[in-house]
Ligand binder design. Sequence first.
Ligand code: ADP
Ligand code: MG
Length: 621
Amino acid sequence: MSAAKHCEAIRVVVRCRPFNRKEETTRCENILEVDDKLGQITVRKPKAPPDEPMKVFTFDSVYGWNSKQRDIYDDAVRPLVESVLHGFNGTIFAYGQTGTGKTYTMQGMSKDPEHRGVIPNSFEHIFTQISRSQNQKYLVRSSYLEVYQEEIRDLLCKDNNRKLELKENPDYGVYVKDLSSVVTKNATEIEHVMNLGNQSRSVGFTNMNERSSRSHAIFLVTVECSERGPDGEDHIRVGKLNMVDLAGSERQSKTGAKGKRLKEAAKINLSLSALGNVISALGDGKSTHVPYRDSKLTRLLQDSLGGNAKTVMIATVGPAHKSFDETLATLRYASRAKKIKNKPRINEDPKDALLREFQQEIARLKAQLEERGMLAKERRKRRRDSKRLSKNVWKTAEEPDEGRPCLIEAGDGAKVLTYQGSSEKLKNLNLNRRSLADVQWDQDAVEKILEKYKAMESKLLVGGKTIIDHTNEQQKMLEQRRQEIAEQIRREREIQQQMMLQDEETLEIKVTFSSMQQEVEHKTKKLKRLYAKLQLLRGEMKDIFDEHVTTRQELEETQEELTRELKYKYLLIENFIPPEEKNKIMNRLQFDSEEDQWWLQPVIPSERSKPTLKCTRATVE
Ligand code: ADP
Ligand code: MG
């Protein structure tokens, strides 16, 4: 069955962006120093006395202002995506203050190869690898969602104002109910899906800039792979890749949020502070309770933090002295995340594999067609038109159908989207499934089945067959070299970091003294070094204490604001709502522990529609 469970730390990397124009014109000072060979980043406090020690952080990798998108992909992301293709779950999330390059790193500019971010680069990577595989069948589907103010929205659904619910199931874990997903055959198609999602992120809302910096966007790619095992049976491996562009991490007090805005801000930051709490709880190794259930985001990322996934965190920072506090906070956050251990394993033959359903359906259709001798006829036709057909295959792979995707039902109640042209056929498939068995086998019906069969088969990617890989041998070699170099650099850095840690210890062991004078000198040096270390830790303690005080003040402010509002609402209830009406309403209230919310039951009991009004816990308690 699956590979043995082993622990694996989250990979944490930091990227520093260049100065932006505003910072350049206002002559901002650079407070960061990046040592990419050692994976170290040094932060200098602006206007600090010269004897104050600088803050040094070590990560798996650090990338300076001139780092290329490709370098980050090869070093931090490629191995993770490779694992997803082997059936592991993988998560990449970008964390940092607004304007530090989260979206640039995750999305970039997909049209410009130099500036393509992690998401479009992963598309190319996935489909290239599939085309190079042998004796494997793949099904690739993707979903795109946004968490804004603790509400989940489907970015691939026309009605993106609809709020989706989170559900939990012992077989599938935490999932979003009714989230649509799109089956895609190549990188162009999946990129089209991403663009549609991005459009619906910006079109529906007027305050796009604010929204995008305050919402969390998750692009999910599911890669299912079927391969014949030594037992002669087909086995399915499913890898899920989460790519997350988190909301800006800046403090709300800095943005001057007041009143309603402050309340909103508390909700927006709820997910991020819950993420911080989860990271702290997992990192300190002592907490028995990890508060995943405190927010939608932490529930969605439950597997990625301490669970069954390989995870990479990309922390983004700016170089300017003005953002010293935020930069330091981001680096501390990232440092804590480094301590988290996950337990990734290959997901073999999971119950919710769509690929199996696809294969069963194709086999069923094939059997029906064989019965009518249609496949033999088709094969003859294919042989005749082989040249023309191969051209067409490439053409369809290059040009995705236009228009919005539409839905077909998948087994677990989720909806699967596909492009309009072929989807029409697929959509009818389920409807016709039962009736076709009874219908007279006239020519039209057979033609229909044939079309459906072809449509479904075309969704399945056969390694080395369906997608034509145009890269020549030289290019492949080049790619391989680049990968090897990235791997080599990574290993060198790891060794250097280990050596640094060991250096101090070995120094202590090896020293022998020939005179008292020598011993005194050595011990004085050691004392000085340890004293500097002590100062550094004291400073760190003070900083963390100050940070806690600020957070506490912010929370108190929010609490005061909420209490004021609650009092005001009580006042309205006491003075304007008759007691019997109030009781009626109270009797209709019901608490949904799964959603952690109160619901107002509909007035007419026979009505089977969903409750109409939703109240947060705070408003009714
Ligand atoms: P965030 O998503 O964190 O709010 P953005 O990704 O939107 O930040 O970046 C803000 C601006 O900085 C954008 O104009 C982006 O192009 C630019 N930028 C960010 N990171 C880099 C980088 N590493 N190199 C060049 N430009 C960058
Ligand atoms: Mg952004």
